[in-house]
Design a protein around this ligand. Sequence first.
Ligand SMILES: Nc1ncnc2c1ncn2[C@@H]1O[C@H](COP(=O)(O)OP(=O)(O)OP(=O)(O)O)[C@@H](O)[C@H]1O
Length: 311
Amino acid sequence: MTGSDAPLIEVTDLVKHFGDRGFGRRRDQLVRAVDGVSLTVADGELVGLVGESGSGKTTLGQTVLRMHEPTSGAVRFRGTDLSGLSRRELTRLRPRMQYIFQDPFSALNPRLQIADAIGEPLLRHGRATRDDVRDRVREVLALCEMGPDSLDRFPHEFSGGQRQRIVIARAMALEPEFVVADEPVSALDVSIQAQIINLFSDLREQRGTAFLFISHDLGVVDHLCTRVAIMYRGVIVESGTRDQLFDDPAHPYTRELLAAVPTPDPRRRRRGERRPRREWDLPAAPGAPTWRDVPLTDLGDGHLVALPELS
Ligand SMILES: Nc1ncnc2c1ncn2[C@@H]1O[C@H](COP(=O)(O)OP(=O)(O)OP(=O)(O)O)[C@@H](O)[C@H]1O
């Protein structure tokens, strides 16, 4: 499929392994960050990608946008295989696919006024001229519910929620068709999170933008997304509509997330401590099957689950 018949984003058996990094005992250990993911995102769809820290969500989002070179597999954007594109063609496509980082504090250059932070990509991609760039920035700030008085201010003059609106405005300025939003509310106060979540919903409605919304929080995804994929150890172990997953979760990991069982503290993982083994998990012995080897079974109406006993 190419052109208008093809899904906006079609990911096929995408793999991203990190091989030669790590320190001490972990050196040379292969990290299977993304281990064979297939996924589609249609125009205007808000797909949630959920999983605990280290499950591979960020790597998947960044590999889909080709911020990482995939180890194998394909990503098609409106039917065009991104791996077949030259650097120049990819640069031309960039404005149509944007990435929103988790932390609004580090995402903005502290020395740039907001007019320049948002205006510079518009000028670089020929989406505005020197004469109309301020108008364009004002419009997109308004879309993200920020007033025109923001233009000549610096990032430190704004709260976390306001900064995240500015970061979102910068991504939306280029009128992307697809945006990966990577934990865009998790660095914000709970009281602000709902406002930003509503902003994503409004943007989808007003602009028809499609989002892959990464979160470790099923509550957020329940509020926002119509389709959900659950990621565990580099693969999607369950996916379906929001109702299928929330009303009838089939994978024990999804049930665990729904029951809000505390996930292992990421700081402990950084210190190299192992994740506690779940009784339903596959054995981690060398050569043993991994979740990648468990085929997805369709429970009906596109509700997919990877369970060894079903395959
Ligand atoms: N550049 C890299 N080099 C080596 N390993 C990496 C790199 N980036 C990520 N990883 C590893 O890949 C695995 C998946 O990481 P990733 O950040 O994609 O997970 P995540 O689900 O987004 O986690 P979090 O919610 O904490 O961001 C982890 O084991 C991580 O340490």
